[in-house]
Design a binder for this molecule. Structure first.
Ligand code: NAP
Length: 272
């Protein structure tokens, strides 16, 4: 169904590369209908050579491709430099932003002629097809446009349409920043393992595999995180000792405060 859809990517870095590779491997998109451009670090040359998709030398050349979707995959701060170059955007084109912190109001000012605008928030596991993305449309889309956008975002993992743009700032604090919370916890577990006497090698191996194995168990099990936690916790055992210590330090409040701080910062950036 999407074989004839034309996609133009602004940026050719980590996220765009993940989307392009996944779309091509799905067999629903063909390389000659995809085009990318980048700045001066050779990312679009590399992506084009590796995947066979087209490459534009400039935004103007990218726009002359007359894509169905223009995907904004550069860094948020780079939008300011290039926003004034989109006056030739075709009115049939949907603009899909994966940039953090740029709200629909700002996007609609930069792309007044767009058919529709989508703001999305992917996360880093999207780079290996294991991400979760929330997205919101500026105007109510046709069913065909909704399917088209979903097919692109599903290439990063799962995607969910949100009704309320404010939820983007909320999911930013959960799924957007969440991978960093897990990486920080893993690093802390690794450091603690060393502190109690394991070698560097054992500390790394046991901390990382514990996080990986537990995540897979969570995925494959029908039990909730709390039920799985309770399964590991025997009365007066080792896990209970650790959990009581976490409770004394109010770990849940520490996490809540972190999430609230991320949410507040996301709101601040979206409104900047
Ligand atoms: N990484 C993630 O998991 C993640 C998660 C959520 C949201 N996002 C969002 O996704 C976007 C891309 O992130 P990323 O990690 O893929 O970044 P990245 O790897 O640094 O890639 C950025 C790309 O933008 C290009 N670019 C820079 N200036 C440009 C310009 N003037 N015109 C055209 N292209 C230009 C860069 O080209 P050069 O290399 O040539 O400079 C590069 O190809 C960001 O807005 C970020 O907020 C990323």
């Amino acid at each position: 169904m999407h074989k004839n859809s034309r996609l133009a990517f602004v940026g050719a870095g980590k996220m765009v590369s993940a989307i392009v590779r996944s779309l091509l491997s799905s067999d629903f998109y063909i390389a000659q209908n995809l085009i990318c451009c980048s700045a001066n670090d050779g990312t679009s040359e590399k992506l084009s050579q590796q995947t066979g998709i087209r490459r534009a030398e400039s935004i103007n050349e990218l726009l002359s491709f007359e894509a169905d979707i223009l995907i904004l995959g550069c860094k948020p701060q780079q939008l300011g430099e290039i926003a004034n170059q989109f006056s030739n955007l075709q009115s049939k084109c949907i603009v899909l932003s994966i940039m953090a912190g740029i709200n629909l109001e700002r996007l609609s000012k930069s792309f007044p002629q767009a058919k529709n605008i989508v703001r999305s928030m992917p996360n880093t596991p999207g780079q290996i097809g294991e991400g979760i993305t929330g997205f919101v449309f500026h105007s109510c889309p046709s069913e065909q446009d909704r399917r088209l956008i979903t097919s692109v975002l599903d290439s990063l993992g799962e995607s969910f349409e949100l009704e309320n743009e404010n939820d983007i700032d909320r999911i930013t604090a959960i799924s957007g920043s969440g991978p960093a919370y897990l990486f920080e916890f893993t690093s802390a577990l690794q450091a603690a393992a060393k502190e109690i006497g394991l070698t560097n090698e054992l500390a790394e191996k046991f901390a990382i595999q514990t996080i990986l194995g537990s995540s897979k168990l969570l995925e494959s099990s029908k039990l909730s995180p709390v039920e799985l936690r309770n399964q590991v916790t025997s009365p007066n055992g080792t896990t209970q000792a650790a959990l009581e210590s976490f409770e004394t330090s109010d770990l849940r409040k520490v996490i809540l405060d972190g999430v609230k701080a991320a949410n507040a910062r996301s709101i601040e950036l979206s409104n900047a």
